[in-house]
Design a protein around this ligand. Structure first.
Ligand code: PLP
Length: 281
């Protein structure tokens, strides 16, 4: 069961007019919220980021957070899996094709939820390969915009070369992955770039930094050079659907000893514990 503009229905019955500005211009924003044991994880943070994205495209939120929460609860209840990933999408609505914002148009609001398939344990034991590419996206990567063509092309580069993720470099510095945030470990210090217009402020990124802080893991939030990325002891990716994953090679060259390291093992364990505690609360 999905939600579209005030109605719940099977996905096969959900249609959006071709003049929807999401379809025509990619004029909209979205969120992906993991749901564990039927509870949305870090919901307040996801809704705050949604508001940030809406502010970024100057679109008034058509719902209060209480309304969104109620809709989200209904979607979760209407889907069979206990662990889900919920997709929430808002566009500027349907209007005659014209770049300028239309007047008097209601936003299109769409939500669906699907079973959450977290990465198999084997991948956490072996780690995954990644490639690097030049970050050719726009200057507002902090907005979770539905116009994802650069991310689609960058991710496909990884798939085409048998890798799991494309890690992006802009002007010689690490930004993030095509659909993830990136951390490195060097000499037992966890490092990640600071939030800026050049990366999505990841919800998982925040959780990992909070865990590092709470458990006295040395960490620094600062710019990371390409050289530091390539000579790191460990590289990790984080995202809502892939949680924390170890990257063990970059452009075909091993990172550190080419195996998941102690920083990954520690953070992954803390992340799993945190998830379990949050879900019981
Ligand atoms: N960066 C990009 C470009 C993403 O698409 C994502 C998530 O899909 C992330 C980072 C990670 O964000 P989060 O941890 O909130 O899922």
């Amino acid at each position: 069961m999905i939600y579209l503009n005030g109605k719940f229905m099977p996905i096969e019955e959900a249609y959006v007019p071709v003049l929807d500005r999401g379809f025509i211009f990619g004029d909209g924003v979205y969120e992906v919220i993991p749901v564990y044991s039927r509870k949305p994880f870090r919901l307040a943070e996801h809704l705050a980021r949604l508001q940030h994205s809406l502010n970024g495209i100057r679109l008034k939120n058509p719902h209060t957070n209480e309304q969104l929460h109620a809709l989200i609860e209904k979607i979760i209840a209407g889907n069979a899996a206990d662990d889900q990933y919920l997709y929430l999408h808002i566009t500027r609505g349907v209007a005659k094709r014209d770049h300028a914002f239309p007047a008097g148009v209601s936003p299109t609001v769409f939500m669906m939820s699907n079973p959450l398939l977290i990465p198999p344990r084997e991948l956490l034991l072996t780690g995954v390969p990644a490639i690097t590419a030049s970050d050719n996206r726009w200057g507002r990567c902090d907005i979770k915009a539905i116009s994802l063509l650069p991310n689609v092309l960058l991710r496909q580069l990884a798939i085409d070369s048998g890798a799991m993720e494309t890690i992006l470099l802009r002007d010689g510095f690490l930004t993030e992955g095509a659909a993830s945030n990136i951390f490195i470990a060097k000499n037992n210090v966890l490092l990640t770039p600071p939030k800026s217009h050049l990366m999505l402020p990841g919800i998982t990124y925040d959780v990992v930094l909070e865990l590092a802080q709470a458990h006295a893991i040395s960490h620094e939030v600062r710019e990371i050079t390409e050289e530091e990325l390539r000579t790191a002891d460990e590289v990790l990716l984080t995202s809502s659907t892939r949680e924390v994953m170890p990257i063990v090679s970059l452009d075909g060259k091993p990172i550190g000893n080419g195996k998941p390291g102690s920083m990954f093992n520690q953070l992954n364990q803390l992340y799993q514990q945190y998830k379990a505690v949050t879900m019981r609360a």
